[in-house]
Design a protein around this ligand. Structure first.
Ligand code: SF4
Ligand code: SF4
Length: 275
């Protein structure tokens, strides 16, 4: 199946250093119940319905000109995708930015990214990848790895059974890949989603802190829960998973969990020094 892009966000300031273009690829091996972009999960193109844009003109069979009906998923050949990314080359240069491949899981499409990244590297573009960590490391190492400057690597849950229950897959491959990437010496910023009732618990954050200390990870980022996925499930005509909160994580809760994580990390570090 050809890799499809479901969004290209220009001038992003949050998915890596500087100002970036973020390319969202469609397809993910995981099915996180809290997913903010459910339209990213299935690799095939899908239709979304934006009821607020519908003017009830009754012309659906001729195409929708008011953007009420939109299709997520468009194929761009690597040369065309690289051309679109390079439109903002000057912005990347002045802001020390670049491109970030996101998803879904962009490393489902290693060959496609490799072809695109080869073109971008000829122009000295900084390339970041956001990954859930579930990918074929051997293929990736043989091809794409030397072209990537930064990984934003999500670690969600350390308990493999719980991970499988709430994301559809065990975390075994993810943990192995994280260790291999750390050993490769490439720059990684691990990210921890803070999802009430799922990942935001003392036990899980303590286990992640211990894992990061063990792997020599200097720092990480946190992704507080955002309920924007709920409306996207509805736009796809599907039922959102039950138990999802309809409000974003409050700032004080986010700060509480982050403080707990750092306390746990300091404890793990000092335990390590006393072994
Ligand atoms: S064409 Fe678009 S705006 Fe018109 S009725 Fe259909 S969905 Fe609504
Ligand atoms: S890994 Fe990311 S894109 Fe994939 S299902 Fe989970 S939250 Fe959604």
């Amino acid at each position: 199946m050809k890799p499809l892009v479901f969004d290209i966000a220009r001038a992003s300031g949050v998915d890596g250093p500087g100002i970036r273009t973020v390319v969202f690829l469609k397809g993910c091996p995981l099915r996180c119940q809290w997913c903010q972009n459910p339209e990213s999960q299935v690799p095939a193109a899908e239709n979304l319905f934006y009821a607020e844009n519908c003017i009830k003109c009754g012309c659906c069979d001729q195409g929708c000109y008011s953007l009420a009906r939109q299709t997520a998923g468009q194929y761009y050949p690597p040369t065309e995708l690289a051309r679109l990314i390079l439109r903002d080359k000057i912005v990347y240069q002045v802001s020390s930015g670049g491109v970030t491949f996101s998803g879904g899981e962009p490393l489902m499409f290693i060959d496609y990214l490799y072809e695109t990244a080869q073109i971008l590297k000829q122009e000295n573009i900084h390339i970041a990848v956001e990954t859930c960590g579930y990918f074929d490391f051997e293929l990736f190492e043989r091809t794409l790895l030397p072209l990537i400057d930064l990984f934003l690597f999500d670690i969600k849950l350390m308990d493999p059974i719980r991970h499988e229950i709430v994301t559809g897959k065990s975390n075994h491959l993810i943990i192995q890949n994280f260790k291999k990437l750390c050993a490769s010496g490439v720059k990684i910023i691990p990210r921890v989603p803070l999802i009430p009732g799922y990942t935001a618990s003392r036990e899980n954050l303590s286990q992640i802190a211990a894992f990061f200390v063990e792997q020599g990870v200097a720092d990480c980022a946190f992704l507080p829960y955002n309920p924007s996925g709920i409306s996207k499930w509805e736009r796809l005509g599907k039922q959102p998973p039950a138990n999802l909160s309809s409000v974003p994580m409050a700032l004080e809760d986010e700060q509480k969990w982050i403080a707990l994580f750092y306390r746990e990390r300091e404890t793990k570090k000092s335990n390590l020094l006393h072994i």
